[in-house]
Design a protein around this ligand. Sequence first.
Ligand code: AHM
Ligand code: MG
Length: 327
Amino acid sequence: MEQSRIAQSIGIALDRFIKNNQDQFQYASGELSQLLRDIALASKVVHREVTKAGLVDLSGSLGSHNSAGDQQQKLDVLANIRFTRALAKGGEACAIISEETESYADLNNDGKYVIAIDPLDGSSNIDVNVSIGTIFSIYRRKSEPGNPITASDILQKGSEQVAAGYILYGSSTMLVYTTGHGVNGFTYEPTLGEYFLSHPDMKMPVEGKIYSINEGLANSFSGSVQAYLQYCKDRNYTARYIGSLVADFHRNLLKGGIYIYPATAKDPGGKLRLMYECNALAFVAEQAGGKATDGKNRILDIIPVDLHQRTPFLVGSTMMVEKAMSV
Ligand code: AHM
Ligand code: MG
């Protein structure tokens, strides 16, 4: 019933979709809806900046100031400012954890939500005009609003996310999110300045044939990761690696596949960050019927001890992830 209701809403604008589905949230208030709208708004600004990246770089190379006399800023820093500003203005967030800042940003003590965000992931791809993304997780704070936030508000495990998702700045810009009731994808229509539902109730194929991994590092992979890669090759699977997590994940979500960033000699604990890269995608994957693990533990069950902690990450079609864990 719920699924057909969503399927019938194809083409509906994001704002209206959020409003229509507000009753699904565990905490029936408009605050979470407002947070999602704040994130969507900031992403539209980032979309605008991303599409101008080549021009910005050009003017940057002529002098390090723009026409307004401001210093040119790197897009990832700019994206961090855009998202932080949007979330701070709304008042619903009490803290933001970001890849771009060492410590968390303490916002409104009355806010009920903690946001973990990678404002612009895969940013080394900006210079070469390849897809990049924003990844976000939303948690409800544990302590009473009105008080200073505590470590237990900040260091929550992924299973406690109340919403999560990503924005993919690709050949079109898409926002994909879950509030724990399935996954829905919205495509941005830049001339109207609106996201519209284009991918209702997304499901990740249970089995797939695409594997995504930086195979140049294979010499330092564990024996089991190397054995799984051999398994993929023996079956003529397709290798696809953009080097932009959101883009690699999104393709595998739609087509069926596995993304692996294992422990390597350079990054023995894995490269990717648990709190603002892996948890959100793990939540989306599970809600779409997929699986996410560090090789042993479910990603969403890992208790974080540090804002920026890393983890090995295997995410994708359930049967592929299970196979990768069992070889
Ligand atoms: P970043 O947060 O510095 O952008 O790094 C994260 C990115 C992911 O988007 C991508 O999947 C991975 O790093 C690629 O790493 P590598 O170049 O080692 O393959
Ligand atoms: Mg990142």
